[in-house]
Design a protein around this ligand. Structure first.
Ligand SMILES: NC(=O)c1ccc[n+]([C@@H]2O[C@H](COP(=O)([O-])OP(=O)(O)OC[C@H]3O[C@@H](n4cnc5c(N)ncnc54)[C@H](O)[C@@H]3O)[C@@H](O)[C@H]2O)c1
Length: 250
């Protein structure tokens, strides 16, 4: 994937559990990176790296990110969407108790920005006649939830999550179909559960159910994003690729 050294890549959510590793690995491969996150200040770090204060839920902020990237690096070869905006009460409700406003707001925050940032990046890529967009789904965009893994502590998983992730997966196919003629590819990475010091009962139940008998790590996911941006995947588009230790295989 030597071609990554010639590419400019925007990574959203670059301060997150998975995004941080993605940003690190692109930088290791010599890519020019714009690492965007709501937790960052905008700053030019060196001639190959910049950070950007992005609020993905604000279209003006996305416009500013695209403008900043073009001004600094002149092009956008890859967009990796690993940001994960959600409301403060995320994860609090069981299905029956989920307030409609909570559903509405999380769909607005999680799904709508993917349309906007993908469309804006695609406009730049159309002019270039090349580019690769990597969206983030989840195993729960592919299959229904296995609620038994939350049973030991009476937990759950938000209903919006599967709806948003399923939506992102099929929206990615739409873009692949529409944008293919411009030489633009769009694919969806679907991680399984990533270890982040979750409660012991959850980790135990997850590990038991997962064919590879472990949770994932950010470095199980990042190389897939690099592959999908690089020319090594130049004929791959519209695909939903799970890195999940076999979770969706059974
Ligand atoms: N961690 C997992 O187990 C897992 C499993 C399956 C899928 N995923 C998916 O992978 C992606 C990344 O997940 P993660 O675990 O790294 O999440 P994370 O919460 O660790 O990181 C998300 C990042 O997004 C940033 N962010 C939040 N709101 C933002 C906003 N409005 N604008 C810009 N940035 C904002 C946060 O500051 C954070 O750095 C998500 O789409 C998630 O659904 C994660």
């Amino acid at each position: 994937m030597k071609d990554l050294a010639d590419k400019t890549v925007i990574i959203t959510g670059a301060d997150g559990l998975i995004g941080k590793e993605i940003a690190r690995q692109f930088a290791d491969h010599g890519s020019k990176t714009v690492c965007a996150d709501i937790a960052f200040q905008t700053s030019v770090i060196d001639d190959r790296t910049a950070s950007f204060h992005l609020d993905l839920t604000d279209t003006k902020s996305i416009d500013a990110l695209i403008g900043f990237t073009l001004e600094k690096f002149g092009r956008i070869d890859g967009l990796v969407n690993a940001a994960y905006p959600h409301t403060k009460d995320w994860g609090r409700y069981k299905f029956e108790d989920t307030p409609f406003e909570h559903w509405e707001e999380n769909v607005r925050m999680q799904l709508n920005p993917v349309f906007y940032i993908d469309r804006e990046a695609a406009k730049v890529m159309e002019r270039q006649k090349s580019g690769s967009i990597v969206n983030f789904g989840s195993i729960y965009g592919i299959v229904g939830n296995d609620f038994t893994i939350y049973e030991a502590y009476n937990g759950s998983s938000p209903a919006e999550y599967c709806a948003v992730k399923g939506g992102i997966i099929n929206f990615t196919r739409y873009m692949a179909s529409w944008l293919g003629k411009y030489g633009i590819r769009a694919n969806c990475v679907c991680p399984g559960g990533i270890f982040d010091h979750q409660r012991e009962e959850f980790v135990k139940a997850y590990t038991h159910r997962c064919p590879m008998k472990r949770m994932g790590n950010p470095d199980d996911i990042a190389p897939l994003c690099l592959f999908l941006v690089s020319d090594a995947s130049k004929y791959i588009t519209g695909q939903t690729i799970a890195a999940d230790g076999g979770w969706t295989a059974i």
